[in-house]
Design a protein around this ligand. Structure first.
Ligand code: BGC
Length: 333
């Protein structure tokens, strides 16, 4: 063989080896996509749970995740936080199905609607995977337990506080996260029941934000245009109050409206200190996350788990904030 053909032969062999290794490597990568069960958690963890919220990047849910991760660390659990990036029922249901197919040891999620979530939750449980509902219950399903706010009661509390603050006289518009989700329906119902005996409180309009701050702002603006008599708002999910406050602050500077919000995200508290939001309903998202992991472990280990645990809920106004933080806010303004 000539020198040239030896070089060409060697080059050819090398090329074959390199391209063969590449195809093996990427071939494996293609079939081993990131399903939860493939991380072989049992070697390093006692259990593998998933927490599936309606919206992954929602600040409220990040607090639930924080609580769940803290408990996971304390009790040797591998916890995955997965779900739709933006609220989307189909993606939410699909994530539950995929987690069940991955044979995780437990699923924590919301029971957003009876017709879509109850049959799926029941099927997952029949396959042997325990489900605990968090924040929103599907009480007609076979879920092992629910931990979260008593959503009807929290709406009722909001309504009673609203009556007290407005002295029983207001034209109120409601912006709710959704017309179809269990927790939002109950928060509206509780409020309606609490104000219904007040003859000078009128519910003028109810709109939906799809739990988006931008949509809450748009709906608030539209309501103010269409119903100039509206002088109060009630927002029933974490970003509704913030969205309403943005619009009210901008367009109603000299004629402020009353706002009742939900949750205590930093921006909500900022608007309370500024006097734009008048009151908010407190929930305990960190505790929901933490306790749901503990409950799941207890259930798997055969301990008795109560079927419903209601976390605390109460109304918070500016006077309930620590004075130091109020003064700091006044200095900044
Ligand atoms: C609710 C969550 C919801 C969030 C949306 C909270 O008040 O409890 O279920 O996802 O608001 O921002």
């Amino acid at each position: 063989m000539s020198k040239l053909s030896i070089t060409a032969y060697t080059f050819g062999v090398l090329f074959f080896i390199v391209s063969f290794s590449f195809s093996i490597y990427y071939g494996i990568k293609v079939v081993t996509h990131d399903l939860p069960s493939e991380k072989k958690p049992k070697e390093t963890y006692h259990y593998h749970f998933v927490l599936i919220p309606e919206e992954l990047d929602n600040e409220y849910w990040r607090l639930v995740e924080k609580g769940a991760k803290a408990a996971a660390k304390d009790y040797g659990v591998m916890l995955e936080y997965v779900g739709p990036k933006q609220a989307n029922i189909e993606d939410h249901l699909k994530t539950i199905e995929m987690s069940a197919a991955s044979k995780v040891d437990g699923i924590m999620t919301q029971g957003l609607s009876d017709d879509q979530f109850t049959p799926l939750i029941n099927r997952v449980i029949e396959e042997g995977i325990p489900v605990i509902t968090v924040d929103t219950d599907a009480s007609n399903s076979k879920r092992m337990a629910y931990i979260g706010t008593d959503n009807y009661y929290s709406g009722y509390l909001a309504g009673r506080a609203f009556v007290a603050d407005t002295k029983g006289k207001a034209n109120v518009a409601i912006i709710t996260g959704s017309f179809y989700k269990n927790h939002q329906i109950k928060r509206v119902q509780g409020f309606q029941d609490a104000v219904k005996s007040e003859k000078d409180i009128h519910i003028i309009d109810i709109q939906e934000s799809e739990i988006s701050r931008v949509q809450a702002s748009e709906k608030a603006y539209q309501i103010m245009q269409e119903h100039p008599e509206v002088n109060a708002f009630y927002g029933t999910s974490a970003l509704d109050g913030i969205g309403i406050a943005q619009v009210v602050k901008k367009y109603k500077k000299n004629d402020p409206l009353y706002i009742m919000a939900f949750d205590t995200l930093p921006e909500t508290l900022k608007y309370i200190r500024e006097g734009v939001i008048d009151a908010t309903v407190v929930q305990e998202p960190f505790e929901m996350g933490y306790e749901s992991v503990k409950m799941m472990i207890d259930y798997i280990e055969g301990k008795k788990v109560p079927s419903v645990i209601h976390t605390n809920t109460k109304i918070l106004r500016v006077e309930d904030l620590p004075p130091a933080s109020r003064e700091r806010m006044e200095e900044i303004q």
